[in-house]
Design a protein around this ligand. Sequence first.
Ligand code: ZN
Length: 224
Amino acid sequence: MLISLGESVERREIQAYVRPGPDGRTTVVLGGFHGDEPKSVSLARSLIDRLRDDPSIGIDTQWIIVPIVNPDGFERRRRRNANLVDLNRNFPTQNWTQGSKRSRMYGGPEPASEPETNIVITLVERYAPERIVTIHSISGGRECNNFDGPGEEIARAMSEHNSYPVAGSIGYPTPGSFGTWAGVERGIATITLELPAAHSTARCWADNRAALVDPFCAYANTQA
Ligand SMILES: [Zn+2]
């Protein structure tokens, strides 16, 4: 089912697809944090379609999938939101910095100043996911399964499917990032899937079709 999470700066609705699963096992998938990374939206939508079409897969977790976190940016194919804030630098982390308003990575006037950021915060607080994957894309051969918090095992499992390197750091500082907020500061296994910008959407989906499902359903059997 689709649920409404709230509205963007320009009052575009932000929706989530919810597919119920076992209690206490929730996976959140976020696409379209950056409006100029449409492949992230396409893959999130393809994942929704796959889970809808085949009720037999991915049944070991509840799925909450938000295909477009930043609908105003997506509308313009622009990285930042309508207030020119980089949502992935706007989270209320200990290392948040404002940065320059002219920068592509402007952190906003204050932490969590943006409605889109607050929608993501509320979503995570409400569903308390064990695992989160946030989908982005990157140029220059820097694609990777980047992890924050206790996400290394999942990043390695994803790498077995998509063959992207596993990275504990993206290679540059990301103050106020979602990964720092959810992974480092809240201890949720958080993967930032950086798709190769040079690959077609079809190829990205083919390479990640299994990577976006199987690792999130592998739970050690801890029941007595
Ligand atoms: Zn991005």
